[in-house]
Each structure stands twice: as structure tokens, then as C-alpha cells.
Design a protein around this ligand. Structure first.
Ligand code: MLC
Ligand code: AMP
Length: 499
């Protein structure tokens, strides 16, 4: 398992693994606490044998101890998003059918609401410490380790299953490429229900014996304060976060600006990913921090696949070349390789690629061609460097680094009273990259406001899926076959944004 993590942690026992709002926690603390979690979950059994254990724990030491505890007990870790409402949590619980949920006490009420009707026992993190770790199972690396939920073009989010071997490949590829060592200290401001935070920051740090400085979410000023700590060496974020850090720098006085810039230039690496980094942001960040952001490309199903170099020139607007161990191809619609300079779909192969979509064999089969994972992203290779041109589908929206499905949002909006039909689109936005907008054909006499729609979808949809703009139209734009034309819908909003 990345349970090599365990053996490696033993070698770093006295080093600081995690700093969070409660203070510093060593690798030895992590080994002890995760052992207790494992024992409490096993309750005398020898092995969880891939039983799913969901956990709703905010980023910090308890998160890492819970995740490691599930792994050490032989279970599959299912991190739940702390920002998700009951409807989203219910989907993950119904889909993964966990034997237990570990919850931080602060989420007790919310998780009981979802757990009780399903008869799933809830254990609080505060109850787990102190259980004597007995003999823990020997977990084979090929076993399933984690399920993360990702939105697609069909239906509800799908569970992406990765084995311990695949997680290890995703981690070691980045550790090699970015030369992580035990001397590193990284700031974590990302959520921990997606690979960016889980793999690139937390697990790479813990694999390396480094220190992960966990903030309770992202706040530009607080992040600046931590960046100014002299011991920080690495930072990784989505473009929206860099935009907000730039705004905070712009708002600071000249003395503070100089100190902020000097602090940043001491870091050895700053990475951007999860969404396209506009060249203007890259350039502004260079002026602010003296750092050329390293842009990389990844996906829940594959971890990271392409990246600009740690040493050497980083080409603006590109995501570089395949990472160690990753193979990439670009193909046309008939799955034939295209010539350099010709756009096509990116395919990925390697030990980093996920095992399956949880309990969806047909979706899994459809996602591969001859052993290559079809990313759905359209790319072009020029002078050996990959450039991401966009998604193959207009129904996938990237907002502030989160991937959301227009179809899933449409389903939620369509069920509201007064809505006859609706269309959800992503519209270019200076803060979010793309913002979620909905056009609604209402039933006669109904009055619908953005506020109504937002309030009434709040229980069902994650906050980042809730539309930020609404247009009520008498008729949605359609083609001759009666199908809604999404580009024309987006144009209704783009005019307002001046884009
Ligand atoms: C929050 N909101 C969002 C949003 N994040 N809306 C759209 N898109 C988002 N990404 C909502 C809030 O809930 C709030 O709703 C309103 O927008 C204003 O919020 P805010 O306070 O301005 O935002 P904040 O909560 O600070 O969140 C912004 C953010 C966050 C950038 C910190 O979005 C974030 O952590 N993004 C990172 C996502 C990520 O880790 N992606 C990696 C996926 S893995 P209301 O209703 O209260 O007004 C992947 C693979 C790879 O992509 O390559 O890495
Ligand atoms: P997710 O499914 O949330 O893991 O999101 C993965 C998707 O994010 C990819 O398929 C891309 O569309 C997008 N993505 C990730 N990194 C980049 C990047 N550097 N530039 C453009 N798009 C990116």
C-alpha cells in the first residue's frame, strides 16, 4: 500500500508531519493515532477486506490519521467533502455503502442526518484516540485504497477507485519530478476530497517525511501570512487562489508588498493546476512573487499526467510533458494518432491510472481504449509541449478548480416548481475561470429569481455547483432538431460579463 507510508514514517518519527490549528503533530503521533483508528475500525476483526469507510473530517492531523487508519485496517477510504450538503453526502453513502463513518465532532449533526436512515454507524474522531492498536493486517498493494467522486457527462458523480499501487505511482511520480525531500514544508489550502489536495500536497509531503502546514481552507490574507514563514518551501493552488493572492497583494501597502514578494521568492516551487492558468495570471504572479508558476495537468482518474519542468524553461500557456512513468498520446475521433500540431483527444496510460469506476463496469469499459484512458480533454502538442485546448463536452464546467456537470445541475433545477426546461452553461469569469449560469424556460405565470433557485438547490448541490447567474427566457435557443444549443445559451450570459 502507499502503506510504505507507514514504513517511511517510522524513519521520520520525530519530525513534524502536520501543523494544524491544534499545533504540531509528529510522524510518531501519526503512526500512533492511525494505529488507534485502525484498531477501533477493526473491532477485533483481522482485516476490513476492502470495506468502505467514509469520513467527514476537516483538513488537518485528524484527517491524515483517519485516512491512514482506514488503510492500515485494510479498508477503502472514502473522504466526504466538508462543504457538501446532505443530498451530496447521501449520494456517496448510497453508492459506496460504507460499514462505518468517521466524523469530526463538528459535523456530528449533519452526518447523523445522513447516516441514521441508512443504519450506518458513526464514530467520532474524538472517540478513536486511545484504542490499543493490536495486530494490523498485511494489506496487499493491489487492493483498492480510495474512492473519490468526480462529475461526468452522465448522471450523478461517479466513484473513482484507486489501488494502493496506483496512489503510490501518482505520489512517487511527483516526488521524483519535483524533488520532494524531508526538508520541505508545504502549505495546504486545498480541500481534501480531490486529488490536488490529497495526492499532490498531503500524501507527497507525508511520503517524503516533509511537513504539511494545514490551513482551515483558503483565505488570501491568511495564506500570505503563512507564505511569509521562512521555512515554507512549496505551495500548490488552483488559478482562482493565485488571482485572489494577487488581489490581496494589490490591496497591501508598499512596505507589506515588498515583504510579501520577498517571502515568496524564497520558496523553491509554486505550482498551479486543476484548471487553465491564464498567461496574464502567470505574468502578474511573476511580478508579484518573482516565481514562474509551474503549470501541470491532472485528473481524478490519473493523478497528475503532464507538467512543466522543475528545472528549465516553463512555457506559458502549456502544461509541459509527461511526468515520470506516464505515457501520453493524442488521437482523432477514430482513435488514430494525430501529427504534432493537430488537435486531438489526450489518452493516458501508466501505473498512475485508476482501477475502475465504483460498481460501474460499463462506464469503466467506455473510459478506456486498448488500455489507454480517454481523458476527454482536447490538446495539441507543439515543440514537444502539451497545450490544453478544452473539454470534449460543453457539459463539463470547471469553476474555481472544481469540475461540475451541467447535466447534474439541470436535473436539480428542472425539478423546481415553475421550471419547464433549463440549460446550464459555464461562462468565462475573471475570478472562477468559468462560472455556472442557468437559463430557464418558466411555466406560465411562475416568477423565478436567482435567489429562489439558489435557496432551493442548496440541500441537493455542493455550493460550487449552485448557479451564480440566471436568465428567465420565453424559449431556450434550439437547433432545427429542437435540441438546446449551449453556445447560444452561453452567449446570453457572456454579453453581460463583457466576455
Ligand atoms: C466556492 N464557491 C464556489 C467555488 N468555491 N463557486 C463556484 N466555484 C467554486 N470553485 C461558492 C461558495 O460556496 C460561496 O457560495 C460563493 O461561491 C463565494 O465563495 P468564496 O468565499 O468566494 O469562495 P471560497 O469558499 O473561498 O472558495 C474558493 C476556492 C475553492 C478557490 C478556495 O473553490 C477551492 O478550494 N477550490 C479548489 C478546488 C479543488 O481542489 N480542485 C481540485 C480538483 S482535482 P455562497 O452560496 O455561500 O455564496 C483536479 C485534478 C487536478 O482538478 O488537475 O488537480
Ligand atoms: P477533475 O475531474 O476534477 O479531476 O478535473 C480534471 C480536469 O481538470 C481535467 O480533465 C482538465 O479538464 C482540467 N485540468 C486540470 N489541470 C488543468 C490545467 N493545467 N489546464 C487546463 N485544464 C486542467
Amino acid at each position: 500500500m502507499p502503506i510504505d507510508l507507514i514504513a517511511r514514517a517510522t524513519g521520520h518519527a520525530t519530525r513534524v508531519a502536520v501543523v494544524d490549528s491544534r499545533g504540531q503533530h509528529s510522524y510518531s503521533d501519526l503512526l500512533t493515532s492511525s494505529g488507534s483508528v485502525a484498531a477501533a475500525l477493526l473491532r477485533g476483526a483481522g482485516d476490513l477486506n476492502e470495506a468502505r469507510v467514509a469520513f467527514l473530517v476537516p483538513p488537518g492531523f485528524d484527517y491524515a490519521a483517519t485516512q491512514w487508519g482506514v488503510w492500515r485496517a485494510g479498508g477503502i477510504a472514502v473522504p466526504l467533502a466538508v462543504s457538501h450538503p446532505s443530498g451530496e453526502l447521501a449520494h456517496v453513502l448510497d453508492d459506496t455503502d460504507p460499514t462505518a463513518i468517521v466524523s469530526h465532532p463538528s459535523f456530528e449533526a449533519r452526518i447523523h442526518e445522513a447516516a441514521e436512515p441508512r443504519g450506518i454507524p458513526v464514530v467520532l474522531t474524538s472517540e478513536l484516540n486511545g484504542t490499543e492498536p493490536g495486530v494490523l493486517p498485511d494489506v496487499a498493494e493491489q487492493r483498492r485504497a480510495m474512492i473519490l467522486y468526480t462529475s461526468g457527462t452522465t448522471g450523478k458523480p461517479k466513484g473513482v477507485v484507486s489501488t494502493h499501487t496506483q496512489i503510490r505511482a501518482q505520489v512517487t511520480s511527483l516526488v521524483d519530478a519535483w524533488e520532494w525531500t524531508a526538508e520541505d514544508r508545504v502549505i495546504l489550502t486545498l480541500p481534501l476530497h480531490h486529488v490536488h489536495g490529497i495526492i499532490n500536497v498531503l500524501t507527497c509531503a507525508l511520503w517524503s517525511g516533509a511537513c504539511c502546514d494545514v490551513l482551515s481552507g483558503f483565505d488570501a490574507r491568511e495564506t500570505w501570512a503563512h507564505l511569509m514563514d521562512r521555512t515554507v518551501t512549496l505551495f500548490m493552488a488552483v488559478p482562482t487562489m493565485y488571482r485572489r493572492l494577487i488581489s490581496a497583494w494589490d490591496e497591501a501597502n508598499s512596505g507589506d508588498r515588498a515583504a510579501m514578494s520577498a517571502a515568496c521568492s524564497r520558496l523553491r516551487l509554486m505550482v498551479s493546476g486543476s484548471a487553465a492558468l491564464p498567461v496574464t495570471v502567470l505574468q502578474r504572479w511573476l511580478e508579484v512573487s518573482g516565481q514562474v508558476l509551474l503549470e501541470r495537468y491532472g485528473m481524478t482518474e490519473i493523478g497528475m499526467a503532464l507538467a512543466n519542468p522543475l528545472h528549465g524553461e516553463r512555457a506559458p500557456g502549456t502544461v509541459g510533458t509527461p511526468l515520470p512513468g506516464v505515457e501520453a498520446r493524442v488521437v482523432d475521433q477514430e482513435m488514430r494518432d494525430v501529427a504534432a500540431g493537430t488537435p486531438g483527444e489526450l489518452l493516458i496510460r501508466g501505473p498512475n491510472v485508476f482501477l475502475e469506476y465504483w460498481r460501474r463496469p460499463q462506464d469503466t469499459a467506455a473510459a478506456f481504449h486498448d488500455g489507454w484512458f480517454k481523458t476527454g480533454d482536447i490538446v495539441v502538442v507543439k515543440e514537444g509541449c502539451y497545450r490544453i485546448l478544452g473539454r470534449g463536452s460543453v457539459d463539463i464546467i470547471k469553476t474555481g478548480g472544481y469540475k461540475v456537470s451541467a447535466l447534474e445541475i439541470e436535473e436539480a433545477v428542472r425539478s423546481l416548481p415553475g421550471v419547464r426546461e433549463c440549460a446550464v452553461v459555464g461562462v468565462p469569469d475573471p475570478d472562477w475561470g468559468e462560472r455556472v449560469c442557468v437559463a430557464i424556460e418558466s411555466v406560465a405565470g411562475a416568477t423565478l429569481t436567482l435567489d429562489d433557485v439558489r435557496q432551493r438547490t442548496r440541500d441537493r448541490l455542493a455550493p460550487y455547483k449552485i448557479p451564480k447567474d440566471l436568465k428567465v427566457v420565453t424559449a431556450l435557443p434550439r437547433n432545427a432538431l429542437g435540441k438546446v444549443t449551449k453556445p447560444a445559451v452561453a452567449a446570453l450570459f457572456a454579453r453581460d460579463s463583457g466576455t
